[in-house]
Design a protein around this ligand. Structure first.
Ligand SMILES: N[C@@H](CCC(=O)N[C@@H](CS)C(=O)NCC(=O)O)C(=O)O
Length: 265
């Protein structure tokens, strides 16, 4: 009987805690099994942490520009998450379970379900945590253009600039040319705007994280000049604004750590 009363009291407390949750979190709570719901509510009750604490980021303790995109989105939305280290040379069963197709980080595990591919994860975060600042525009045309540029950055800019820095001979020369051509499009796209997202950092800025921070460091280490103020004044200005933005600065890995990493590559 005493146990029954205790359970009832604890259920009432949990119900009160449930009322404190935001509508999307309440909806998410309904999808959990009763024991998981109980545990999540207790967590909220004792620590003030919401269901969103059930987010885990695979690769979240390494140096990956792709993982860094997801960290940006989670932090922009104020989502609590658990970073999990991943050794990509010796992949964990958790990574293989949640990203059997590509076997790459990042993977976001949210409420037990895995989502792979950094840009898809960022979009997912934007949809799930709608109460935070928007990452993609709502207008369908603007949204399509945003996705277009993010895809362009992934397919044309990152691969070409990486090869321009890290390959040799003919492949390097060809990649340098491809980089210049691709970066020129970004130069035109950022002209007259503070960020690709307008006044605030958005999806394309997050997608271009590699171009803004990692590329200048890799170029310096490898002695390859790609983005200069003379050739790309608008992109150059964006890179400075982006990297010196107080929010972004707090999420980027240290330059020294990256220099060390790329010296050995
Ligand atoms: N298109 C993927 C790329 C992710 C990616 O290349 N991740 C690297 C770390 S930076 C990785 O996991 N590499 C392991 C491998 O290639 O086996 C994304 O956007 O998430």
């Amino acid at each position: 009987m005493a146990l029954c009363l205790q359970r009832r009291a604890s259920f009432q407390a949990l119900r009160r805690a449930a009322r404190l949750l935001s509508p999307p979190a309440r909806h998410a709570a309904r999808l959990l099994s009763p024991p998981a719901r109980h545990a999540a509510l207790l967590l909220r009750l004792v620590s003030g942490v919401s269901y969103h604490a059930l987010s885990r980021l695979l690769g979240g303790l390494g140096f990956s520009p792709y993982v860094n995109r997801v960290e940006m989105a989670l932090k922009l939305k104020g989502v609590e998450y658990e970073p999990i280290a991943e050794d990509v040379k010796n992949k964990s069963p958790l990574l293989l379970q949640h990203n059997p197709v590509h076997k790459k980080v990042p993977v976001l595990i949210h409420n037990g379900k895995g989502i792979a591919e950094s840009l898809i994860i960022v979009e997912y975060i934007d949809q799930v945590w709608q109460e935070g600042p928007p990452i993609l525009p709502k207008d369908p045309y603007q949204r399509a253009m945003t996705r277009f540029w993010a895809k362009f950055i992934d397919e044309k800019c990152i691969i070409a600039t990486w090869k321009a820095c890290c390959s040799t001979g003919e492949e390097q020369e060809k990649s340098k040319e491809e980089s210049m051509e691709a970066l020129k499009f970004l130069e035109d796209e950022i002209k007259g705007k503070k960020f690709f997202g307008g006044e605030n950092i958005g999806f394309v800025d997050i997608a271009a994280n590699f171009i803004g921070y990692w590329l200048p460091i890799i170029s310096e280490v490898k002695g390859v000049q790609l983005i200069t103020e003379e050739k790309f004044p608008n992109l150059w200005r964006w890179m400075n604004d982006y990297c010196n933005d107080n929010f972004v600065k707090g999420i980027l890995p240290s330059k020294d750590a990256l220099v060390e990493r790329f010296k050995s590559k």
